[in-house]
Design a protein around this ligand. Structure first.
Ligand SMILES: [Zn+2]
Length: 137
């Protein structure tokens, strides 16, 4: 498997990424690809790239890693629904009354779930550059 790490170069602010073969390299140093200064690797939690298809659970865990601002239960439920729609091809019934705050949070979460899936699909197919051309079909 390949694990993706990111780093932010303190010298030139370059934001780079490195792929290594396992998840034990967090906190190690690498040379900034832009200026050669030493930068510290950060593991992108949940962004382990391997052949197995991502599951709703792994994507949820990555989306709501510790450190993120808390989200409401409805929002998280929406993200889960958005991911489930994309991964399982299932259509979800909105469990809230349209126009309520819970429904808005749910639908916003749903959009994030779909966005996570689009991004993941772009990464795994090696077509990151085309990400912006995706339409929400
Ligand atoms: Zn640099």
């Amino acid at each position: 498997m390949t694990v993706r790490y990111t780093y932010r170069c303190a010298a030139c602010s370059h934001h780079g990424q490195v792929h290594l073969d396992d998840d034990s390299h967090e906190g190690e140093h690498t040379a900034c690809s832009a200026c050669g200064a030493t930068a510290t690797l950060e593991w992108v939690g949940g962004a382990t790239l391997h052949r197995a298809a991502p599951t709703v659970e792994t994507l949820m865990a990555a989306a709501f890693m510790p450190g993120r601002d808390p989200r409401s239960a409805e929002y998280k439920e929406g993200v889960r629904a958005g991911l489930t729609m994309r991964i399982d091809g299932r259509q979800m019934v909105v469990p809230y009354t349209l126009g309520t705050a819970q429904c808005d949070a749910y639908l916003a979460g749903c959009e994030e779930g779909k966005a996570i899936w689009r991004e993941r699909t772009a990464i795994s197919s090696g077509s990151l550059a085309r990400r912006d051309n995706y339409t929400d079909a």
